[in-house]
Design a protein around this ligand. Structure first.
Ligand code: UDP
Length: 463
């Protein structure tokens, strides 16, 4: 290639918060930028600990992405080695700022200067560092627009927890009225996880300095909210940010996220699923962070025993001891981590019992799988509200007054989704099609990504 042409190829640095649910969508976005005909050079940043302990190299080779690292101050063990979440957050900011500054200098000195930084607003100091270098920057929100809108109202002081008993909050005109249990857990249970809530609010502390605001959602899914937020933010929906082979299939080798913090039991799950009839299996996962109580684990186990339907349940190693003795029964498979996209995309799956993490929700929507929502904390309540009442692709298995979803409730919900819920299954297929359209050539998300690339190229050519 003509070296002068190569020189003008924009170089984008992307930096997610270091957990699975944040890395996945930002890495997918990087792949879309890198694979396009109007190519962008990509440097994807992980913490030093994650870079040495994951399969990043494989993802790099596949997608032509250069992986580099900065330090979060815990190079030998990551967040698990911090005494508290507060210590982790403070140290990450301190050491992260320094090491990101060094990296940006090094890239510039080595003739690969960065032209744009895409950062995760969970680490808002990245935007300050980028602006210190005079760089354009894009915030990449990994939650839904509805959830961003709620958190923003709290940040601005327009929604002040605690709510009064039975209060239905009219949070913003673009949102449906929300009961306490439908708001993020930090608002529902005022004072819970204060350090995490502070981090979530701090997403907005400098966001007005961002040149773009990307959200992992798509226009049709949150049209009214996107329109409303667009009045004061340069907001662009670019999702669902999941592998292309689950949606538009334009990136032929893009079948999986390609960077897993846990080892998935790929062939065990797929061989097992191959032996089951169409739409007969329940898939259960609570993502990478949720820890169910022993009581909740036992209620769910009992429900699965009584339902007597085949199931795959993701139970991380740290959660295994909560399962009853002699579990799973013969018709069940328990693995500590699975290839979720391949499982959800398998014809044998009939229903997804999910914590409604935003990635899992978007994945189920994109693959047309009806859901039983069992939200546990953070934004999951609000995602469950939209899954059940707005998009109508699932039912919500509600907690009792002690905060437990009883086995009979789980059984009713699963039976409804798998046996009676024709409307739900029809809606699931409809949203699957809308999701594909959004990222396919000329779709709303594809157009937003293309506009971003064109702007970066124009800026570079004007330099
Ligand atoms: N996931 C996976 N295998 C599993 C369980 C989860 O690959 O066995 C992936 C899932 O596809 C999703 C991510 O982990 O992309 C979890 O993100 P989510 O936002 O749903 O939940 P979180 O882990 O952040 O609570």
């Amino acid at each position: 290639m003509d070296p002068n042409v190569e020189d003008r190829t924009p170089h984008c640095l992307l930096l997610p918060y270091p957990n699975q649910g944040h890395i996945n969508p930002i890495l997918q976005f990087a792949k879309r930028l890198s694979h396009t005909r109007r190519r962008i050079q990509i440097t994807f940043i992980l913490t030093k600990f994650l870079l040495k302990s994951t399969t990043a190299a494989a993802a790099a080779a596949e997608a032509d992405i250069s992986f580099r690292s900065i330090s979060d101050g815990f190079d030998d063990g990551g967040r698990a080695h911090a005494k508290s979440f507060e210590e982790y957050t403070d140290r990450f900011e301190l050491v992260g700022r320094e090491t990101l500054t060094e990296l940006l200098r090094e890239l510039s000195d080595s003739g690969r200067p960065v032209d744009c930084v895409v950062y995760d607003p969970f680490i808002p100091w990245v935007l300050d560092v980028a602006k210190g270098f005079g760089l354009p920057a894009a915030a990449f929100f990994t939650q839904s627009c509805a959830v961003n809108s709620v958190y923003h109202q709290v940040y601005c002081g327009r929604l002040r927890p605690p709510l009064r008993e039975n209060e239905v909050a009219v949070v913003a005109a673009e949102l449906p009225p929300l009961k306490a249990e439908e708001l993020p857990s930090f608002i529902e249970v005022h004072g819970s996880y204060p350090v995490v809530f502070e981090m979530i609010k701090s997403q907005f502390r400098n966001v007005e300095k961002a040149d773009w605001i990307f959200v992992n959602t798509f226009y049709k899914l949150e049209e009214k909210i996107i329109n409303s937020l667009s009045e004061f933010w340069p907001i662009k929906a670019i999702g669902p940010s999941i592998p292309s082979m689950c949606l538009d299939k334009r990136l032929q080798d893009d079948e999986d996220y390609g960077l897993s913090l846990f080892e998935p039991s790929l062939s065990v799950c797929l061989n097992w699923l191959d032996k089951h009839e169409s739409k007969s299996v329940i898939y259960i996962s609570f993502g990478s962070l949720v820890q169910l109580t022993i009581e909740q684990t036992q209620e769910l186990s009992q429900a699965l025993m009584i339902l007597d339907k085949p199931f795959i349940w993701i139970v991380r190693k740290s959660e295994e001891s909560k399962l009853p003795n002699n579990f799973p029964p013969e018709n069940g498979l328990i693995v500590s981590w699975g290839p979720q996209l391949k499982v959800l995309g398998h014809d044998a799956i009939g229903c997804f019992i999910t914590h409604c993490g935003w990635n899992s929700t978007l994945e189920a929507l994109s693959l047309g799988v009806p859901m039983v929502a069992m939200p546990q904390w953070t934004d999951q309540n609000t995602n469950a509200k939209f899954v059940t009442d707005i998009w109508k692709v699932g039912v919500w298995a509600k907690k009792d007054c002690k905060g437990i979803v009883k086995s009979n409730v789980i059984i009713d919900c699963v039976e409804h989704v798998m046996e009676d819920g024709e409307e739900i299954r029809k809606n699931a297929i409809m949203w699957k099609e809308f999701a594909r359209e959004a990222v396919d050539k000329g779709g709303s998300s594809d157009t937003n990504i293309e506009d971003f690339i064109i702007t970066l190229k124009e800026k570079n050519e004007a330099k």
